[in-house]
Design a protein around this ligand. Structure first.
Ligand SMILES: [Zn+2]
Length: 469
């Protein structure tokens, strides 16, 4: 930790206030200087090992705090027993004139483990090589954090009139148990009272061969609703079959669930997504996607649409049978058999109604359902907002012919935790990262972000924030 402190003292000596003052009151940021600075900060951030567990985000939080303090932006670190030792949340606020509500930029400081032997560089080196900055978290999500941080700093330095405060939040523990955001929201809801919007992770721009097809804004996400099914029986020897073996009874129930097709249902963000992307397809697919509600009634269109595993998940509650437990010995009929099923709900589904449907389908009172994971707050943010329009404006300036659309997030993020406070949350991908690059690196090996992308991301977020004033 001492070494880290030392190194950001060194950073402090770098030119941090380089911008020209020749455009009246509002100075145009010196983007060349900010690009170099952002790159150095990202390398430094990647060098702080926040692999979770244990996370040890306190080192990262101190690093960010040092940068914010040098810029004169008030910053606080919050630790608590609930977070556990080594975990802290960071909160900073750049004041505007308060005439409109605040926008918060939220990221998590922790990263998933990296297997160094499978990387071509040290995953905690922050190495700059072949035009990329390499390291665990380069995309998920320290790169995004630097885009947030430097956009905010550039706004402060350039003296843009801020009608909205800009809040910067760095959470501990997202990748492991998500306690960072949960504890922050629980203990510091007062700090978020005037926050209208949150910008955070969890969407992907569609980039092919350097060209952006579309920029994504995540407005909705599926909710996990995990269930355990249990059947009790009477244990006995496998050589003498009985009717009280719980395994076949459980298997029969699971088979009914596996055969059940959840109904298709089009939510607003998904409807917009298909309509928006329809322009990328030839007929008849273009017409199908432009009216997905109609298309799912057409067998041919429906078959094609549902053959995409993402699109299928956008259009229905999904149920995956996953964990199974009977006997651990071939010759023993067990006293109990259990299964776990991974249910993902659309934002507007009532969990109780879905559960009632499953119980009706199983139609066996010996099968007991229990909830392993309650669904979080439904997340479906409106698109008719000032911030959404600001994102569209900033995005369109960056990709000739590119458009903004709203794919659904099929996995779970911290956004519903903030949504609980009534805040409109959008997921933004600030970078032009090829899909293959992202798939390989995020939670995989050789995670890296191109040097060009760093400043691209800073400027994209800067423009979004500026246009949303
Ligand atoms: Zn992440």
């Amino acid at each position: 930790m001492r070494r880290i402190l030392l190194s950001f003292t060194l950073l402090a000596t770098l030119p941090t206030a380089a911008f020209s003052q020749n455009r009246g009151k509002v100075a145009q940021p010196d983007w060349t200087g900010i690009a170099a600075e952002s790159q150095r900060i990202l390398s430094e951030y990647l060098r702080i090992n926040t692999t979770n567990p244990p996370g040890n985000e306190i080192a990262a939080a101190r690093f960010l705090k040092g940068i914010l303090e040098r810029e004169g932006i008030p910053v606080q670190l919050f630790d608590s027993a609930e977070l556990g030792s080594g975990h802290v949340n960071l909160y900073a606020r750049l004041k505007g004139n308060g005439s409109k509500k605040a926008i918060a930029l939220v990221h998590h400081m922790d990263v998933v483990p990296a297997t160094a032997s499978q990387w071509s560089v040290d995953p905690f080196s922050g190495a700059v090589k072949d035009g990329y900055i390499w390291g665990r978290g380069a995309i998920d999500m320290k790169g995004e954090a630097v885009a947030h941080l430097m956009a905010m700093i550039a706004l402060k330095r350039s003296g843009v009139t801020l009608n909205r405060d800009i809040v910067f939040i760095a959470n501990a523990d997202e990748e492991f148990t998500s306690t960072g955001a949960l504890v922050f929201v629980k203990n510091h809801a007062d700090l978020m009272k005037d926050v209208e919007y949150i910008i955070t992770e969890a969407t992907e721009n569609s980039v092919k061969n350097g060209k952006v097809d579309y920029f994504s804004v995540g407005v909705a996400e599926k909710r996990t609703f995990w269930q355990r099914l249990t059947v009790k029986g009477v244990p006995s020897h496998g050589s003498r079959p009985t009717s009280q073996n719980p395994v076949p009874r459980l298997v029969a129930a699971l088979n009914k669930i596996a055969e059940y097709e959840t109904p298709l249902h089009v939510t607003p963000g998904v409807d917009k997504f298909f309509r928006d992307i329809s322009r990328l397809y030839p007929e008849p697919r273009r017409s199908w996607l432009a009216n997905v509600r109609g298309a799912i009634a057409n067998p041919e269109a429906r078959k094609w649409i549902l053959s995409d595993v993402y699109w299928n998940a956008y259009l229905r509650n999904t149920i995956s049978l996953t964990a199974l437990n009977g006997s651990n010995k071939t010759n023993v009929i067990p006293p109990e058999a259990t299964a776990e099923i991974d249910i993902r709900l659309l934002p507007d589904t009532d969990p109780a109604a879905l559960l009632a449907t499953l119980k009706r389908i199983v139609n066996d009172t010996a099968v007991h359902f229990s909830t392993i994971l309650e669904p979080k707050t439904p997340l479906e943010s409106p698109t008719d907002t000032d911030l959404f329009r600001a994102i569209e404006k900033a995005a369109k300036e960056r990709g000739p012919g590119a458009f903004v659309t709203t794919p659904m997030q099929t996995g779970a993020t911290d956004r519903p935790t903030y949504r609980k406070l009534g805040i409109i949350t959008y997921a933004i991908d600030p970078f032009k990262t090829e899909q293959a690059e992202r798939q390989k690196g995020v939670h995989g090996n050789n995670e890296r972000l191109s040097v060009d992308n760093v400043i691209f991301g800073v400027r994209y977020v800067y423009d979004i924030l500026r246009y949303a004033q």
